[in-house]
Design a protein. Structure first.
Length: 184
């Protein structure tokens, strides 16, 4: 009888750990059934992976303001600030013990992602950053990982001398706003 109770407690704890990610998944749905929301983004894969599964659609106004700044940053003189932002997000992920960005990605092709693959990413993505590292408007690790990706991309484009224009990433922000209005 005692062993049965221990087994029930263990099963209960395991179910509790995965309940929140499962409920989040139920709101989002599977990739095959997912109906994209953003006309601006117009990319089901990115919308499902980054905005829904990683939770990037949940960033707050402060993060949106940072993204506008990133979008305006186009010259080598902006690299210092961009690198500071990148390092800050990296430190936050390290402090949250989630510094392996590959664990925030679904397999390619996405159609091969199992329910467990998706639940693992959702679980990691919804883990809160330490309060100090939420100062850029990203409260969870998933939001920080996606923000970090956009910043690293901008740094790379500036460093290789790519012809970029201020505001060319604004569509990312508009997609967040659009999804906040029309999404689960």
């Amino acid at each position: 009888m005692f062993i049965f109770i221990i087994i029930l407690v263990i099963v209960g704890v395991i179910l509790l750990m995965w309940l929140k990610p499962f409920l989040e998944y139920k709101k989002i749905g599977s990739y095959a059934q997912y109906k994209p929301v953003s006309k601006i983004l117009n990319d089901k894969n990115i919308e499902y992976r980054w905005y829904q599964i990683n939770g990037f659609k949940n960033i707050n106004q402060e993060a949106i303001e940072y993204l506008y700044q990133v979008s305006k940053s186009c010259t080598k003189s902006n690299l210092k600030w961009l690198n500071q932002c990148r390092e800050f997000l990296e430190e936050g992920l390290v402090k949250a013990e989630e510094n392996d960005e590959s664990k925030f990605s679904l397999p390619n092709p996405i159609e091969k992602a199992t329910l467990f693959d998706i639940l693992k990413v959702i679980k990691r993505s919804r883990k809160y950053l330490p309060e100090y590292y939420q100062r850029m408007g990203c409260s969870t690790c998933g939001e920080a990982v996606v923000m970090h990706t956009w910043i690293v991309l901008r740094i790379h484009l500036i460093e290789i001398g790519e012809s970029i224009k201020p505001g060319d990433l604004d569509y990312v922000i508009h997609a967040v706003k659009e999804m906040k209005e029309h999404s689960v």
